[in-house]
Write a protein that binds this ligand. Structure first.
Ligand code: OAD
Length: 244
C-alpha cells in the first residue's frame, strides 16, 4: 500500500500540509456531500439549505436541518484516519491540517493545528456573523442573538459566502511552504480549497492524494493512494514508525 519511495519523501519532509474533505469522516458514519446515493447533496438541495438566500427565505427549514446534523454529530467519533493524522502532527516541526469539514473530529482526535475553511457546525453565531452564541433556545423557532437581535445561524460557510479571511490566507501561505501536501477525502470540486494542492505544487511540494475514487487533481498527484483514509493513514504512520 505504501511504497518505500513515499516513505522516503515523508521522512525527509519538514513541513507537511494536509487538506481534508468529507471523505476522512465517512468511516465515522458522517455522510459526504457528493458520493452517489449517500451524499448529502444527493438527498438535499444545497440551494435550498446551504445559502444565505435559502436561510432568509426559510430560516426554520435551514436552522432545523443544521440542528439535525449537529445532533447527529453527538453520536459520532473520530475514526482511525483521524487519529493517524493526530499522530502524524507530532512527527513534524511544521504540520498544518486544513479542513473543509465542520464536524470537529480532527480536534476531537487530537490535532492542534487545524485550519477550518468552512466554519464549524458546533458553533452558532448571529446572521451578520458578529456575535458567537454560547447557548440558545430554539423550542419555538429560530432563536435570535442576545446581543444584536439578529437571527442565529450555524457558523458554517454557505455557498456564495466568503471563507473566513484568516483561515484561507493562512491555508494558502502554508500550502506554498509545504514540502509534502496530502489531499485526503475531498472531491476537489469546491473552490478555493481545491486550488490549495495546485498552490502547493507551484511551491515545489510533493503532492499525495488519498481517495478511493479519482478526482480532477489525481493526474497532478506524485503519489495516489486509492484507499479509504481510515485504512491507509494508520498504515502510513505505522510504516514511518518502523523507520524512526
Ligand atoms: P465530497 O462529498 O464532495 O467528496 C468526498 C470525497 O471523499 C469523494 O471524492 C469520495 O471519493 C471521498 N471518499 C469517500 N469515502 C472516503 C474514505 N473512506 N476515505 C477517503 N476518501 C473518501 O466532499 P468534500 O470534497 O469535502 O462545503 O466537499 C467540499 C465541500 O463541498 C464541503 O466542505 C461542503 C460541500 O458543499 C460547504 O458546505 C461550504
Amino acid at each position: 500500500m505504501i511504497s518505500d519511495e513515499l516513505i522516503q519523501v515523508m521522512q525527509t519532509a519538514q513541513t507537511v500540509v494536509v487538506l481534508t474533505g468529507a471523505g476522512v469522516s465517512a468511516e465515522s458514519g458522517v455522510p459526504t456531500f457528493r458520493d452517489a446515493l449517500t451524499g448529502l447533496w444527493e438527498n438535499f438541495d444545497p440551494a435550498q439549505l446551504a445559502t444565505p438566500e435559502a436561510f432568509q427565505a426559510n430560516p426554520k427549514l435551514v436552522w432545523d436541518w443544521y440542528a439535525s446534523r449537529r445532533e447527529m454529530l453527538a453520536d459520532v467519533t473520530p475514526n482511525a484516519g483521524h487519529y493517524a493524522l493526530a499522530e502524524l502532527e507530532q512527527r513534524y516541526p511544521y504540520f498544518y491540517l486544513i479542513t473543509q469539514n465542520v464536524d470537529s473530529l480532527h480536534q476531537v482526535a487530537g490535532n492542534k493545528s487545524v485550519i477550518e475553511l468552512h466554519g464549524n457546525l458546533q458553533r452558532v453565531c448571529c446572521f451578520n456573523k458578529l456575535h458567537v452564541a454560547e447557548n440558545w433556545d430554539d423550542s419555538d423557532g429560530v432563536p435570535n442573538c442576545q446581543q444584536c437581535g439578529a437571527m442565529l445561524r450555524p457558523d458554517v460557510v454557505w455557498f456564495g459566502e466568503m471563507l473566513p479571511e484568516d483561515a484561507i490566507d493562512t491555508a494558502f501561505a502554508v500550502s506554498k511552504s509545504a514540502d509534502v501536501f496530502i489531499s485526503i477525502g475531498t472531491s476537489a470540486e469546491v473552490q478555493p480549497a481545491a486550488s490549495l494542492p495546485v498552490h502547493a505544487l507551484r511551491g515545489g511540494a510533493t503532492f499525495i492524494e488519498i481517495n478511493p475514487h479519482p478526482t480532477m487533481l489525481t493526474n497532478r498527484a506524485d503519489f495516489v493512494l486509492p484507499y479509504p483514509s481510515g485504512e491507509v493513514l494508520p498504515e502510513l504512520v505505522a510504516a514511518l514508525n518502523l523507520r524512526r
